[in-house]
Design a protein around this ligand. Structure first.
Ligand SMILES: *[C@@H]1O[C@H](CO)[C@@H](O)[C@H](O)[C@H]1NC(C)=O
Length: 186
């Protein structure tokens, strides 16, 4: 009987904890500031935001928006690392369409490296509670997926092999960025 009670208490606690975290994630993703125009350009933002935060088990321990910002910041770093690896693989396996395309991919790698520094620096600012400076780092970090795509679609009119990845990466960087703005403006 006692064991059952303990088990029940543990289970119940776990469930309410998840509900708290889930509600926090949903409200935070829904109520990010709209004035930046970032959300209107990305109609799936709210759903992508909720899905990506929930995907990280750390989010279930989140009790406030600062905890979620941290989860989003870590997600952005791992997403960028994955996209970078995909591009490195395309170059290594010579899966690019032309030498021009190869050159663009190499430029993208340089952009990703810069972005990676910004994301790590952003995370450190978050840890120190300096959201203003963190915000600037995320604005900088978001340039990599944008300019990488422009390398292909600009004068060259090439087709980017990582268009989908860059779009998702941009969202993954904008999630902590918008959550930070929400904190700064509330
Ligand atoms: C980046 O994150 C998004 C959202 O979680 C995911 O769908 C996508 O597969 C990730 N991309 C990489 C390359 O990890």
């Amino acid at each position: 009987m006692l064991m059952n009670l303990v088990a029940f208490a543990l289970l119940f606690n776990g469930c309410t904890a998840n509900k708290v975290a889930d509600a926090l994630i949903q409200n935070s993703c829904k109520e990010v500031p709209k004035f930046t125009g970032m959300v209107s350009r990305w109609p799936h933002f709210e759903n992508d935001c909720i899905a990506s935060l929930k995907e990280n088990p750390q989010s279930q321990k989140a009790r406030n928006i600062d905890d979620l910002i941290m989860v989003g910041a870590n997600n952005a770093i791992s997403n960028l690392t994955n996209v970078k690896r995909i591009v490195e693989k395309i170059i290594k396996e010579r899966k690019y369409k032309s030498s021009l395309s190869k050159k663009s991919l190499e430029d993208c790698l340089k952009l990703y490296s810069k972005s990676s520094h910004s994301l790590i620096s952003g995370l450190n600012y978050i840890k120190k509670g300096n959201l203003d400076d963190a915000n600037h780092e995320y604005t900088d970090a978001a340039k990599a997926p944008i300019f990488c795509e422009l390398k292909f679609n600009g004068d060259n009119q090439q087709i980017s092999p990582v268009k989908k990845e860059n779009n998702l990466l941009l969202t993954m960087i904008q999630i902590p960025e918008l959550l930070i703005l929400k904190e700064l403006w509330h």
